[in-house]
Design a protein around this ligand. Structure first.
Ligand SMILES: [Zn+2]
Length: 449
């Protein structure tokens, strides 16, 4: 009766609990295995006898808010056939770590959701060992989960403690990796190890030189396209700097007349309500420089409406020439970026990519800004990249052997035919395109990961 109750405390059927004690901080449980080894660990002979005991500490899942240590009364055995001595192998225990397997699993799963320090304190181990376990866990997931290499690859920036590289599948609206930084070497290393990198057709990126240079070096066949969002955003920034310096030069009373100016100025002209358009026309009348800055912003957006690359190039040249002297410094960043990146910006006109992807990615960036605090990058990366509920999968039929299956069916005997099951879904290949960005945002917002 006593033994049964004590065994239940651990809920590890291979062990007998000998004693349970607790102090202010920990549980101390003495236990031993139910079954002594039957054969020699070296030669397999059954001619073995016990040769003393040794205490072996094994950490287990925390209980009632306290760390648990199991002091296993470990058997030493001696073999009469080969004369060697050995210790018994403990069931359900990760010997390398001195922890129960279930503790290792629990720590790894918790590490995706919580800080390493809080887990370390709860279990009574060091933060370093949580880190190591988590690293091994992620490596295990990484070798198990393989995403399809995107043919339209997206490269962008996401801020997780520091700026990181985000690698996306533009056609599928998924992310396929998060890179520790945006250095050229990191990108080269990533691309070089990417299976099927020769099949990448387009790379959509922001204007970040290391991305471009890495792609040109490792995947020269892929056409580089600068994401429209990153370019037009600079036109907004330019207008913003004009608006801010104007506001600084105004009296408090004059400033009050500029209600909601930021919102209205950054809006596209064709999206303005009647009232907004009325307000805007008043401002542009009073502040001619602001009017010019607004026209330049709208004009720049207009380049993207061009029907062809040639026309877009012409529009850009005309636009650049139209910048008045007074606004050159405000628009300097935009002009410089365009001049440095023009061939790749203009590639957009050969391969227009939908806004859906850019929008999803921007939403994700905002969501992680809110939710990412308190985690290590490794944990955030694993949390996002291995969020199984957000995987975008597709079952596809293999390209081969339809013909052969028919032939095989044809030549089968009647008896075989009766028990022959035609190839079903099991013969289909499952493709995993990565983590669906919109689903990932939902999971993050709902705190389900
Ligand atoms: Zn032996």
């Amino acid at each position: 009766m006593q033994e049964k109750m004590l065994t239940n405390i651990l809920n590890l059927p291979a062990y007998v609990v000998l004693e349970v004690a607790q102090d202010e901080h920990d549980y101390h449980i003495r236990a031993e295995t139910k079954q002594a080894p039957r054969v020699c660990a070296y030669c397999g002979s059954d001619n073995i006898i016990g040769s003393g005991r040794r205490e072996n500490l094994v950490k287990d899942l925390p209980m009632h808010g306290k760390p648990v240590g199991i002091y296993v009364n470990l058997r030493r055995m001696k073999c009469h056939s080969c004369a060697k001595t050995f210790s018994e192998t403990l069931p359900d225990v990760d010997n390398k770590r001195g922890m129960t397997n279930r503790l290792v699993e629990w720590v790894c799963k918790q590490a995706v959701r919580r800080t390493f320090t809080s887990i370390a304190n709860e279990v009574g181990i060091s933060e370093a060992s949580v880190r190591t376990m988590f690293k091994d866990y992620v490596a295990g997931l990484e070798s198990k989960i393989k995403f399809e290499t995107p043919q339209w690859l997206g490269m962008d920036e996401i801020y997780l403690i520091k700026p990181r590289g985000v690698i996306a599948n533009v056609q599928n609206n998924t992310i396929v990796d998060l890179l520790v930084n945006r250095n050229k070497e990191t990108i080269i290393h990533y691309l070089s190890n990417l299976k099927g990198k020769e099949t990448i057709q387009y790379v959509m990126m922001d204007m970040w030189k290391p991305y471009r240079e890495a792609c040109q070096q490792v995947i020269p066949q892929a056409k580089i396209i600068i994401d429209k969002f990153h370019v037009v955003r600079m036109a907004n920034n330019a207008l913003e700097s004009v608006r801010k310096s104007l506001r600084e030069s105004l009296s408090a009373k004059e400033r009050r007349s500029l209600m909601h100016d930021r919102f209205i100025l950054l809006k596209r002209e064709h999206d303005l309500t009647e009232q907004e358009a009325f307000l805007l026309s008043g401002w542009t009348l009073n502040y001619p420089l602001l009017a010019q800055a607004y026209r330049l912003k709208e004009g720049f957006y207009g380049i993207y409406d061009a029907p062809s690359k040639t026309e877009a190039m012409a529009l850009y040249a005309a636009w650049k020439a139209s910048i008045p002297k007074e606004l050159i410094s405000d628009y300097y960043e935009l002009v410089r970026a365009c001049d440095n990146w023009i061939p790749w910006i203009m590639n957009y006109f050969d391969h227009r990519i939908t806004n859906a992807y850019t929008e999803s990615l921007n939403n994700l960036i905002r969501a992680t800004n809110r939710k990412g605090r308190g985690y290590s990058f490794e944990a955030l990366r694993a949390k996002m990249l291995f969020a199984e509920d957000a995987f975008k999968k597709e079952k596809v039929k293999p390209k081969f052997n339809h013909r052969r299956q028919e032939e095989r069916t044809f030549f089968m005997s009647r008896a075989l035919m009766d028990c022959y099951e035609p190839p079903s879904q099991t013969t289909q290949i499952e493709k995993n395109y990565g983590v669906d960005i919109n689903k990932l945002i939902e999971l993050l917002e709902a705190e389900r990961i």
